[in-house]
Write a protein that binds this ligand. Structure first.
Ligand code: ACO
Length: 333
């Protein structure tokens, strides 16, 4: 039997401190009106200096394991998507591994900026399909506030900190039973497909102006906002179309769109191109801002825990980020 990954559980964590647009306007030359109109963002959570990416990731992973009813000792692979590791090395994932009490298997970081969660989900899914793992924890966690230039109003208003995680388990025969009305190769629960792309020719649209091998400093986020916006609208429409086509589906079949939360206008544009009504799009950008690799699992966790996403629902996730990288994943919950 071909293997498939089921998402058994999810969890998330946000730092306590909330920073509103009005508070930011005391720091840089901006206004709540400007930020809300251009991005839909009203507030973001910011981690205190003593709280690191590993702390956020650990809490999200613990909550996901508890929700899944899985012990850390059962985990074979832990993948942490992050752009803001605690240190250049070791991988932040290995710190989370040890603090979770996961004693076997392997843990590693993955870097695809805002597409990191989709990339990590795809890698975890492929470990399961290749029968190299039965249980995988996929985390997206960021302390993005640490790499912001707090004097650049064009970027510092856009991002926040947070973490989200899912637990993948190799499917049992029961999981792959068709729900009533399902036919075709993609019936049953689990990750139906993932799709990844990158284009390094667009590196200079969104990057950090530092790094261990270049400047020896951590650096700050630099962005050509207009161009990133333009590419996001095109690339996300493309990846969504590719995913639907690969599964023989149309947007009418999708119950929930869980997009990377960069900007409300990008979300609206993708939903409009798909012809999806806004009440089937999960939106957290207003409260979380852009938490990079953490944004999709944070949004997913919210919609699962408040009962919007239910067993059997078709959930489409998509993201674009620095690289540029972009990707999508389709899951039957
Ligand atoms: N407050 C007030 N004014 C501002 C601010 C701010 N926070 N930021 C920029 N401005 C000003 C600019 O200085 C400029 O002023 P000027 O005309 O006097 O020079 C004016 O607003 C327009 O600037 P633009 O950058 O052209 O504004 P735009 O309409 O493109 O909006 C924004 C900027 C919101 C960044 C938009 O381009 C965008 O959302 N791009 C996508 C970027 C993104 O989401 N990146 C996240 C990472 S990638 C991803 O996750 C998909």
């Amino acid at each position: 039997m071909n293997r498939r990954s089921i998402i058994l559980g999810c969890g998330s964590y946000l730092p306590d401190q909330i920073v509103t647009n009005d508070e930011l306007s005391k720091r840089v030359d901006t206004t709540d009106e400007w930020i809300v109109a251009r991005t839909g963002i009203r507030q973001r959570h910011i981690a205190p200096p003593e709280q690191m990416t590993s702390d956020l990731a650990l809490k999200a992973a613990e909550r996901a394991l508890e929700h899944a009813g899985v012990a850390a000792s059962e985990v074979d692979i832990l993948i942490l998507a992050t752009t803001t590791p605690d240190q250049t090395f070791p991988a932040t994932a290995t710190k989370v591994q040890s603090r979770l009490g996961m004693t076997n298997g392997a843990a590693f970081d993955l870097q695809a900026v805002c597409s990191g969660f989709i990339y990590a989900l795809s890698v975890g899914d492929n470990f399961i399909k290749a029968r190299q793992a039965k249980t995988v924890v996929v985390i997206g966690a960021e302390t993005f506030s640490r790499i912001l230039d707090w004097e650049d109003r064009g970027t510092c208003v856009l991002f926040g900190d947070g973490a989200g995680a899912v637990v993948l388990r190799s499917a049992s025969a029961d999981d792959l039973e068709a729900e009533p009305g399902e036919t075709g190769h993609n019936r049953g629960r689990g990750i139906l497909s993932t799709h990844l792309h990158s284009d390094g020719a667009t590196n200079d649209l969104l990057y950090v102006d530092g790094g261990p091998s270049s400047t020896g400093t951590v650096g700050h986020v630099r962005m050509n906002g207009r161009e990133v916006f333009r590419h996001a609208v095109t690339n996300l429409a493309g990846i969504v179309g590719e995913t639907l086509e690969a599964n023989g589906l149309t947007s009418d079949d999708i119950d929930w769109l869980v997009p990377h939360q960069a900007n409300k206008r990008i979300l609206d544009s993708t939903a409009k191109k798909l012809g999806m009504p806004s009440d089937r799009v999960v939106v957290t950008v207003d409260r979380h801002a852009n938490t990079s690799a953490a944004s999709i699992p944070l949004a997913l966790d919210e919609a699962v825990k408040d009962g919007r996403i239910k067993r059997g629902d078709l959930v489409l996730m998509e993201a674009m980020g620095g690289g540029l990288t972009w990707g999508a994943g389709l899951v039957r919950w």
